[in-house]
Design a protein. Structure first.
Lengths: 312, 338
């Protein structure tokens, strides 16, 4: 895309007159005003990019400078907050990290099969109105605010069935948010698989479903993994469903079906209004840990996407 | 299908194999062997499940909101009261709607021009070595969790908002939108809007960048061959081509801004129930989402929960509408290109 633009830029840039094209018909003589406006637009676009980078650098800097130090302490990665009050330094975030990972894993286990199968339906089978409706619904699901997903699960889990607020309910809400991400990325990857591969399999008499499972999915595998990792990165940072369905605790907890479930977002939320320095440090430490976790997932996703593209 | 709702979409559920699609299904569903039918059925089942989820969201929210709405003593749409504890039950969404719409509108005013600028930079201006990196860096903004945005907005950005607020008030203070509401500059609607604009920037940029990159080279080359400057080429070829994409991207961003919960909840200072109405962007308040999240611990009676479900339902409908518009705009563009 940019190659053509750049080459054409080379005979045009810097307010020089148009070269071999001769007198231009559509745009008239190139006056100084036009050249000036062209330069101005260039400056504006560069400025827009620089402005967009300001918050990114600023946020990362704030989080690292305020919470990065906590991550260097080995205690942070081995201890929970059990018995530690606002006034005292110490304790770790292992309970919250573990909770976030457990919830993310269980969410993925539910969301990935549904998401991948929906994508397979849309690409390999879907024709006509029903497929259009499914595709439209996935778009709507993409846009559903996390708080609405959480309210819905609350209405089902707590109000209708009368269960407690537990980790598993959080997972259910997150599944709703993760499915559309998995569907869309898997869809893109399946579309990239060349039709010749499918036709070759059919020509050898391989049934359609075996073709999908043994030929199409392996070809698109790394792309699907990327989608799953990006989806995980999205749901692990979600806080709203946790506020409504997953109350925080300072202790290590592993039971998704009973008791409280600590996570990094709720750990931040718990102490965010504190003014005592040890608690403030821990809030930013948890924020740094959460960002680190999500960046690692993103990075892993991108690396897999880069090195594992379907080769054709 | 602009008027299609979650409920009407599910009308197709009871009879997914109409006489029309059935024939086509035979063609696309493979050889008709058991494995093929099982696998195809499972794939179709996943699609049904997705439709069922969206339908159930609407049905459940509606069914739990209706009893509370029936007992509501004030007009749900125009009242500013929120008294869900005692009797008489009173709750209205005028305040929530105003704060939600105002904060998102300001956010879009900032994010759309900036996002389009960044997208143009990435596709048209950036040197080739910077182009991909720039795109990934902007995408990184989407990876920051919303609670971190909230924390940063309140404790870091908020401390720098005093000057902005003072400047805006001294310039436009006569206009109700800019009047002083006596809230600390860190916790105002304006601060929320700035943070929201950063959060939707990657969405607006990503989609705009995609459509700008698709501009046919024949268009851009033709403009350049006619002697257009780079900027004139963008104005006459890239922007008209990408306009539906930009509209659609803005709508998706708007949907995100309307529904953002935690960042808003952390930053915006909630007001007491009897606070008088203010149009100001320097006011506090609550959006639909932050109202629900702020009171998450209080859903103890069906009546109370119902009131919040009603607020959630309005938010659901708002985002549904906005996303449906985005989808329709992009679909029409697709039809136009193909």
């Amino acid at each position: 895309m940019t190659v053509a633009d750049l080459t054409s830029d080379s005979n045009l840039g810097g307010g020089r007159p148009v070269g071999p094209g001769g007198p231009a018909l559509g745009f008239g003589h190139r006056s100084r005003g036009r050249a000036l406006r062209n330069q101005l637009a260039r400056v504006v676009m560069w400025t827009a990019f620089v402005i967009a980078m300001v918050p990114l650098v600023w946020i990362l800097w704030s989080v690292i400078s305020k919470g990065g130090e906590m991550l260097l302490d080995s205690q942070w990665w081995t201890n929970s907050q059990r018995g530690i009050t606002n006034r005292f330094v110490g304790g770790g975030a292992v309970h919250a990290i573990q909770g976030t990972l457990i919830i993310g894993l269980v969410t993925a286990l539910m969301a990935v099969p549904v998401g991948v199968m929906t994508a397979i339906y849309l690409v390999e089978y879907g024709r006509g109105r029903f497929a259009k409706t499914v595709s439209f619904t996935v778009d709507i699901l993409t846009g559903i605010p996390s708080i609405v997903a959480a309210l819905f699960i609350y209405a089902v889990w707590v109000t209708t069935f009368g269960f407690q607020r537990v980790g598993f309910a959080v997972c259910l809400a997150l599944v709703l948010l993760m499915i559309p991400v998995v569907v869309r990325s898997t869809e893109e990857m399946l579309k990239l698989v060349p039709n010749e591969l499918r036709e070759g399999a059919y020509a050898l008499g391989v049934p359609k479903w075996v073709t999908i499972v043994r030929v199409v999915l392996p070809t698109a595998f790394s792309g699907i993994i990327t989608g799953v990792l990006l989806g995980l990165a999205r749901v692990m940072g979600e806080t709203a469903p946790l506020l409504i369905l997953g109350p925080y605790t300072k202790n290590i907890a592993t039971n998704l079906f009973g008791g409280l479930m600590p996570t990094l977002p709720t750990m931040i939320n718990q102490d965010r209004t504190e003014v005592l320095q040890p608690a403030v440090d821990r809030v930013w430490g948890a924020a740094a840990t959460l960002i680190l976790l999500i960046l690692l997932l993103n990075l892993a996703g991108r690396l897999i996407a880069h090195y594992g593209r379907p080769r054709t | 299908m602009p008027s299609s709702t979650a409920v009407s979409a599910a009308d197709e559920l009871p009879n997914p194999k109409g006489p029309g699609p059935f024939l086509k299904d035979r063609v696309t569903a493979g050889t008709g062997r058991l494995g093929d039918r099982l696998f195809g059925g499972t794939a179709r089942g996943a699609g049904v499940l997705v439709i069922a989820m969206v339908t159930l969201i609407a049905v459940f929210l509606l069914s739990q909101a209706l009893p509370a709405l029936a007992k509501d003593n004030v007009n749900f749409l125009t009242s500013t009261a929120w008294n869900v504890d005692g009797t008489p039950l009173q709750f209205g969404i005028a305040n929530l709607l105003w704060v939600t719409v105002l904060s998102s509108a300001i956010a879009m005013l900032i994010a759309v021009p900036l996002g389009v600028g960044v997208a143009l930079f990435i596709t048209q201006y950036a040197p080739i070595w910077l182009s991909r990196t720039a795109a990934s860096l902007v995408d990184l903004l989407a990876a920051v969790p919303s609670i971190v945005y909230g924390l940063w907005g309140l404790q870091v950005l908020g401390t720098h908002m005093d000057g902005v607020q003072a400047a805006l008030q001294s310039l436009f203070g006569w206009f109700p939108l800019f009047s002083d509401a006596g809230i600390g500059a860190a916790s105002t609607i304006l601060t929320v809007s700035v943070v929201l604009s950063i959060m939707v920037l990657p969405i607006v940029t990503a989609l705009s960048r995609e459509v700008f990159a698709q501009t046919p080279t024949s268009h851009t080359d033709a403009a350049l061959a006619l002697g257009a400057t780079r900027w004139e080429m963008i104005r006459t070829a890239v922007l008209p081509f990408g306009k539906p994409g930009v509209i659609s991207a803005s709508m998706l961003g708007l949907g995100r801004a309307l529904g953002e919960t935690v960042a808003v909840m952390v930053i915006l200072s909630a007001l007491a129930n009897d606070t008088s109405w203010s149009w100001s962007m320097f006011n506090g308040g609550e959006t639909f989402a932050s109202k629900i999240a702020n009171n998450a611990a209080e859903f103890d009676t069906p009546q109370k929960a119902g009131a919040f479900m009603a607020a959630g339902l309005v938010l659901f409908l708002l985002t549904f509408l906005v996303n449906a518009i985005a989808r329709v705009v992009i679909e029409r563009r697709k039809a136009f290109i193909e």
